[in-house]
Write a protein that binds this ligand. Structure first.
Ligand code: S3P
Length: 428
């Protein structure tokens, strides 16, 4: 397999970075724009492969979408404006696209077939197909609806109260999107709070959502109106530079316009607890998503225990937090994170195996990992396994490696951060 040489042995990263738009919010802006009535203009949209898969799927569903640079203009014609597609919809690598779109299609009285890449083909779907079937959608899929290809015929659905077995914003959002089209009220109760971008966006598009502790409810039949959406920078992308700044000696990096929604900022809490020097300046309060600038300086770090309700607030950042922990004095335990096994790769295995290749003292557990620090990293050939966040984590790891590091599967990074290597180079 083709390998890409990574920058190693770096002594100091300095500069300012504006990370690309938030992936979760970019997906939702197109989806809500597509089902709302009227024009939606999205600025700061993430032009990564995952979000472009969402755009392509909605075009196939008959929605007019114009794209230029970082702007998307969506001309929604309401839920009834969606049309039965002639071809299979392909979501590529994107779990958010397929799970949220299933919720939208559950309310549409037509037939759709959905497929994705080989990683999507291994990701569990009954977490959405079971509740959506309970609401009345007709769904078939490989292994009783667990895996793609999936086919769905929606329409005539009714509200349910669903106690979700896992804290998952994709599951919650899928059910709420179906709920907006259902007869009566739909309630999702989560075990822990997951990211709330869908709830915020329903309000931004003129809808009503009720929240009561861990329960979120919507009424069906509410009109949604097109609007302007500004997508903040993705904290999950900023995370790679937060950790790079903390572990590469003599670094100081400023990250501008980052989304700081409290359901996403678990990494900041954990890094500060570990001793990282992070300063945050919040921008003026916006009605939709909080935004701020962050400055990170190289810091002395200590190990910690990460588990419980912070996990959904940092689930996508665990690969890069594991790297951080290799540079912290003492032991770090990551637990309650079995969800990592069903991400783009099994991220317990891919993180542990790839970091171990670089000399980290790290072991897998049933629901997380244990990392012993502080451990100097050596070098070698590593692989993203087609997982964007594993690829970026390894590129940051290489910065502190003493020997050469080669990366297999570099292209996966364009799923969420196409400019990643350019931004990294600008700090050298
Ligand atoms: C996402 C939710 C999370 C996250 C994913 C994006 C979303 O997944 O890992 O990258 O946009 O709703 P789960 O809902 O499976 O936890």
């Amino acid at each position: 397999m083709k390998t890409y040489p990574l920058q190693t042995n770096v002594n100091g990263l300095q500069g300012d970075i504006t990370v690309p738009g938030d992936k979760s919010i970019s997906h939702r802006s197109v989806m809500f724009g597509a089902v709302a009535q009227g024009k939606t203009t999205v600025t700061g949209f993430l032009m990564g492969e995952d979000c472009l898969s969402t755009v392509a799927c909605f075009k196939q569903l008959g929605v007019k979408i114009e794209q230029n640079e970082e702007k998307m203009v969506i001309y929604g014609n309401g839920w009834d404006g969606l049309q039965e597609p002639c071809e299979v919809l392909n979501v590529g690598n994107s779990g958010t696209t397929i799970r949220l779109m299933m919720g939208i299609l559950a309310g549409r009285d037509f037939h759709t077939t959905l497929i994705g890449d080989s990683s999507i083909g291994k990701r569990p779907m009954t977490r959405v197909t079971i509740p959506l079937s309970q609401m009345g959608a007709k769904i078939e899929g490989r292994q009783n609806g667990e895996y793609t290809p999936l086919s769905i015929r929606g329409g005539g659905i009714h509200g349910i109260t669903y106690k979700a077995p896992v804290a998952s914003a994709q599951v919650k959002s899928s059910i709420l999107l179906a709920g907006l089209q259902a007869e009566g009220t739909t309630t999702v109760i989560e075990p822990e709070k997951s990211r709330d971008h869908t709830e915020r966006m329903i309000r931004q598009f003129g809808g009503i959502v009720e929240e009561d502790g861990l329960a979120v409810s919507v009424r069906g039949g509410q009109p949604l109106r097109g609007t302007d959406v500004h997508v903040p920078g993705d904290i999950s992308s900023a995370a790679f530079f937060l950790v790079a700044g903390a572990i590469v000696p003599n670094s100081i990096i400023r990250l501008k316009n980052v989304g700081l929604n409290p359901t996403r900022t678990g990494i900041i809490d954990v890094m500060q607890e570990m001793g990282a020097d992070i300063t945050i300046t919040m921008q003026e309060d916006s009605l939709t998503e909080p935004i701020g600038d962050m400055t990170i300086k190289a810091s002395a770090l200590k190990g910690t225990v990460i588990g419980g309700d912070v996990i959904p607030r940092l689930i996508d950042e665990i690969p890069i937090i594991a790297l951080l922990a290799t540079q912290a004095e003492g032991t770090t335990i990551i637990k309650d994170a079995a969800e990592l096994k069903v991400k783009e790769t099994n991220r317990i295995d891919t993180v542990v195996n790839e970091l171990a290749k670089l000399g980290a003292a790290i072991e897998a557990t049933e629901d997380g990992m244990i990392i012993h620090g502080k451990q100097a990293l050596s070098g070698g050939t590593v692989s993203s396994h087609g997982d964007h966040r594993i690829g970026m984590m390894l590129a940051v790891a290489a910065l502190i490696c003493k020997e050469e590091v080669a990366l297999e599967g570099k292209d996966a990074i364009s799923v969420s951060y196409p400019q990643f290597f350019d931004h990294l180079a600008s700090l050298l």
